[in-house]
Design a protein around this ligand. Structure first.
Ligand code: FAD
Ligand code: SF4
Length: 340
């Protein structure tokens, strides 16, 4: 690993000045080692240190966000939702009474991610911005399409943990489990640049697929920081997040699902959000399933039909067709659990 200078930003402006785009630096075969001014921000450091140790990223300077005031706050918004700072840890997200009470699907997603030790250090912002876990991507020897090469090794190679949707060019699955719940909740990202400009963008639009840009997973721009995630009001909503993994602990999901339902007093579904994680390069809206539930009373038949429809448009690869029945079952279970 290349030697690097380490600093602590004391303000958002200082941190923004160090926020080079990791995705861009990783396009260089040397991970940016040739760029003597490559400065990268660090949150919990779990993914950043992995990339550096794997020889994929070689910054000259690493700037910690830990001392920037206000980034670890959870506060109510004027609209009746919550604003969750990007430096809130996954452990706190899983345990905070306001998140557990009002956004249980998010608490479940954060609480089922990684291990207790990792959740204690890993931040919400870093989790959403971590790079994909495709094993070819993580090996410096494979200069695949996402790292600026000309070829995807997974599509015709070892793809057991890869995408079953939107997998024509690059078959990563989005690595963040919390992102599945956030897209179902219709949350927004709050971003700030070095000049103090801020923008809000729906997370569904912030995460981008390979057809828009095969080398990036999101629309973060040079010098921008993810400041917070804005959760809309959740009064009257029922929700559930569920995950299936190979191991019970510290494992990424093979499949995960978030369901958010707006049910009338009579039990009819006014609106459904059904999002699949570990399914596609972005958190994947199961739109046909959502449409099928709208206007219906939730029962086992309606949930089972939605489970089948959640696979609409799936194009499994040679090694990952096993995911299809997993998603079908998880969608059905998560709908019934949310409605109960
Ligand atoms: C064994 C294991 C199992 C895991 N299982 C799961 C799982 O089941 N589900 C899951 O979701 N994750 C899982 N992870 C991934 C882990 O949760 C992430 O690596 C972690 O959340 C990253 O957060 P961090 O704060 O450490 O980010 P960092 O590593 O500090 O940062 C990640 C990236 O984001 C950038 N960054 C960080 N914060 C900001 C900001 N505010 N603004 C702009 N840029 C920023 C950094 O420059 C870096 O490029 C697992 C990891 C391991 C090692
Ligand atoms: S799936 Fe994407 S990241 Fe993995 S080898 Fe193919 S192009 Fe690279």
């Amino acid at each position: 690993m290349r030697n690097f200078a380490f600093g602590k930003a004391q303000s958002v402006a200082q941190a923004s000045a160090s926020a080079s785009l990791v995705a861009e630096a990783m396009l260089a075969p040397d991970g940016g080692a040739g760029l003597n001014d490559l400065r990268i921000v660090k949150a919990g450091g779990i993914d950043l240190m992995d990339l550096m140790k794997e020889g994929l990223l070689a910054p000259a300077e690493v700037t910690s966000l830990a001392a920037v005031p206000g980034l670890d706050a959870i506060a109510p918004t004027p609209e009746g939702g919550l604003r969750v700072g990007s430096m809130v840890t996954l452990a706190r997200l899983a345990e905070d009474p306001a998140i557990r009470g009002r956004y249980p699907a998010l608490a479940e997603a954060a609480g089922s991610s990684a291990s207790p030790q990792i959740r204690a250090a890993a931040t919400f912002g870093g989790n959403l911005l971590q790079r994909p876990r495709c094993w070819y991507f993580r090996l410096a020897e494979f200069r695949c399409l996402r790292k600026g090469g000309g070829h995807c090794y997974a599509i015709a190679g070892e793809n057991a943990y890869h995408a079953i949707f939107d997998n024509r060019f690059c078959a990563i699955v989005h690595p963040s489990t919390s992102a599945t719940a956030l897209v179902a909740l219709r949350a927004e990202a709050e971003l700030t640049d070095a000049d103090g400009g801020t923008r809000r963008v729906a997370l569904e639009d912030f995460f981008i697929g390979p057809d828009r840009d095969v080398q990036r997973e999101n629309d973060l721009r040079q010098g921008e920081l993810l400041i917070a995630v804005l959760l809309p009001p959740s009064a009257g909503l029922s929700m559930k997040h569920m995950k299936l993994a190979q191991k019970e602990s510290f494992d990424w999901p093979l499949a995960d699902v978030a369901v958010v339902l707006d049910l009338s007093d009579g039990g009819a579904c006014r609106r459904a959000s059904i999002v699949l994680g570990a399914a596609a390069p972005t958190p994947w809206r199961a739109r046909a399933a959502e449409a099928a539930l709208t206007g219906k009373r939730i029962d086992a038949d309606a949930a089972a039909a939605a489970g089948r429809l959640a696979l609409d448009g799936a194009t499994p690869l040679s090694g990952n067709a096993y995911k299809a029945p997993m998603f079908e079952a998880l969608v059905k279970r998560a709908i019934l659990a949310a409605a109960s």
